[in-house]
Design a protein around this ligand. Sequence first.
Ligand code: ZN
Length: 210
Amino acid sequence: MTSKNNIFKNVKRLRREFPLQERIEAADTATCEAYATVLLAWLQNGSAPQQDIIPAVELEKLLAIDAVVLTDAGLGCYPFSASKTGISVKYDAHTVYAMCAIDALAIPFLAASPATIHTHCSNCEEPIVVRTDETGQVKEEIPAGAQVEYRQISVQHSACCNDLCPGITFVCPTCVANAHLKNDLMSLEEAAVVGRAFFHFQSCLDVCLA
Ligand SMILES: [Zn+2]
């Protein structure tokens, strides 16, 4: 079951709180190309590219708009985290870490591959497993009725991965039923649609820049 209102509300909220697509579309061609290079490296290799994969001047511009994240392990690029998070996504021969729950659900669509997400309820630590097909449709969720919680943040003061992402997590049905979660909740199907809507621009980048 999905609610169009809930999907639309959360897509708008995510775009407002993290206007990634708007920032990339406002960037110049060289910066867009550098961004596409980082993203493609993630999709093809399933691992973080090093910072020298793009010119230093473009790296600075992408860091300034929070489109990539510089870590000791290489460059993160939403939805892919170079640092380990509590959300892993297996697709093809790769295991990657997602920046947040919505990001995890977008990865199979971007990779055009069936995927298995392993994580834990952010409230009680119960293991949660989600399987999707190559279009990102949720095919199995263990336990059934797991949801995505999108917590309110007061002020965003640094990169999205530090402020926003830790508040977008998977929660188990028991914790959902306990109803002390006062934040926005989405079914996994709804969150997967939000993820595909938010990240769809990435799948157009190669075509647009060709
Ligand atoms: Zn729980």
